[in-house]
Write a protein that binds this ligand. Structure first.
Ligand code: FNR
Length: 383
């Protein structure tokens, strides 16, 4: 077993273990991947102020997200197809998050269903919704999330149609996946992955198959999803969904100050500044670069969280010091899951936590809530 010390180590093991079509699905951005790359390279442009001769004992990374206590300012972002990266992937990731004390968000496009995850966890998790045209389906899935005790709805607004990812098209990634000869050869060589999949009892796309009208089996899923994403999503519809849900609402996929103001007007508890990890609008700015203008626009009455590009505790620190209440991680936890299942997600969280904690100390801070712009050196023209 190699010594794992970084999120990058987990990525490399994941790449070796997972079938190529699922690895590529995770590790790619849309079109030229410019935004995907800038999400990480922009973090490297922000520097930290090193401070010395300050008491570094008794540190804490604990904070709150939408009124919920968390062990550090990190939540697991909703990630579709997680159950194809590792058998029962959503359940394993949710368990790791629960034990660590950070929120887990289940995607609409998960393999394990809301009920599967609820049956294997003891604390409330968050549910992410893609708005579909079928209002009856939306009403029922929100009811299922409420029945399962989900404590927040994460409504994703930046995917009314799919940003094109060239690798997915070339690999024939679809639901269900098309099995070509190269794909089958690749799947056959991923023995550990395959044995796990054979052992799972989960239904493919468990939130949708068997629950949406006309989707009795996975074969009909592709056509349904292609037709169902609601191109006519408006703020008026978002208000209706807010009322239908009636609980805590997080709007994800905001990357512009004007949209942040709209989110605030409709009374969302929180927004997630995000460009979907560079998977949607290629050419958009990184979310860390957009964060300051969004914070200026909404003040501190709406919680502002951030994702896209977080690969280390140092990145978490930079985002929080820039003013984000917390961060969401997508790929960083998927790498761990694909590498080692639940233990890998725990490892990813441990790595990020240790990096955050020690870096905070070297910046002369003991409490994550005290981080601020005074800890950063931000290059001119960054904002
Ligand atoms: C995503 N993301 C995502 N978002 C969402 O709201 N619903 C979803 O089903 C998915 N699916 C998904 C699959 C994969 C493979 C990835 C990598 C991402 C976006 C995700 O929630 C988050 O915004 C990004 O992953 C953040 O960027 P990083 O942390 O991956 O750089």
């Amino acid at each position: 077993m190699p010594v794992i010390t970084t999120i990058e180590d987990l990525r490399q093991i994941y790449q070796r273990r997972a079938p190529r079509m699922f690895y590529d699905y995770c590790e790619s951005g849309s079109w030229t991947e410019q935004t995907f790359r800038q999400n990480t390279s922009d973090f490297a442009k922000i520097h930290l102020r090193q401070r010395v001769a300050v008491d570094m004992s008794n540190r804490t990374t604990e904070t709150e997200m939408i009124g919920q206590k968390v062990a550090m300012p990190v939540a697991l972002a909703p990630v579709g197809l997680t159950g194809m990266q590792h058998a029962d992937g959503e359940i394993l990731a949710a368990k790791a998050a629960e034990k660590f004390g950070v929120p887990f968000t289940l995607s609409t496009m998960s393999i394990c269903s809301i009920e599967d995850v609820a049956a294997h966890t003891t604390k409330p998790f968050w549910f992410q919704l893609y708005v579909m045209k079928d209002e009856d389906f939306v009403r029922r899935i929100l009811q299922r999330a409420k029945d399962a005790g989900c404590s927040a709805l994460v409504l994703t607004l930046d995917l009314q149609l799919l940003g094109q990812r060239h690798k997915d098209l070339k690999n024939g990634l679809s639901a269900p996946p098309k099995l070509t000869i190269p794909t089958m050869i690749n799947l056959a060589t991923k023995v550990q992955w395959g044995l796990g999949m054979l052992g799972t009892k989960r239904r493919f796309f468990g939130n949708i198959v068997g629950h949406a009208t006309g989707v009795g089996d996975p074969a009909s899923l592709g056509a349904w999803t292609a037709e169902q994403f609601d191109l006519q999503l408006t703020w008026a519809k978002i208000e209706k969904l807010r009322d239908m849900w009636g609980g805590k609402l997080i709007l994800k996929g905001i990357n512009d100050a004007e949209d942040a103001i709209m989110a605030q007007k409709i009374g969302a508890e929180a927004i997630v500044v995000s460009n979907h990890g560079g998977r949607q609008l290629d050419g958009a700015h990184s979310s860390i670069r957009m964060l300051p203008s969004i914070l200026d626009a909404v003040g501190d009455t709406t919680e502002v969280h951030l994702d896209s590009g977080i690969r280390s505790g140092q990145d978490v620190l930079k985002a929080v010091a820039m003013g984000a209440k917390s961060t969401f991680i997508g790929r960083s936890f998927v790498y761990g899951l694909g590498a080692m299942g639940e233990a890998g997600v725990t490892k990813a969280l441990e790595i990020i936590h240790a990096e955050l904690d020690k870096t905070m100390a070297l910046c002369g801070e003991r409490d994550v809530k005290a981080l601020g712009r005074h800890n950063l050196i931000v290059p001119q023209g960054f904002e």
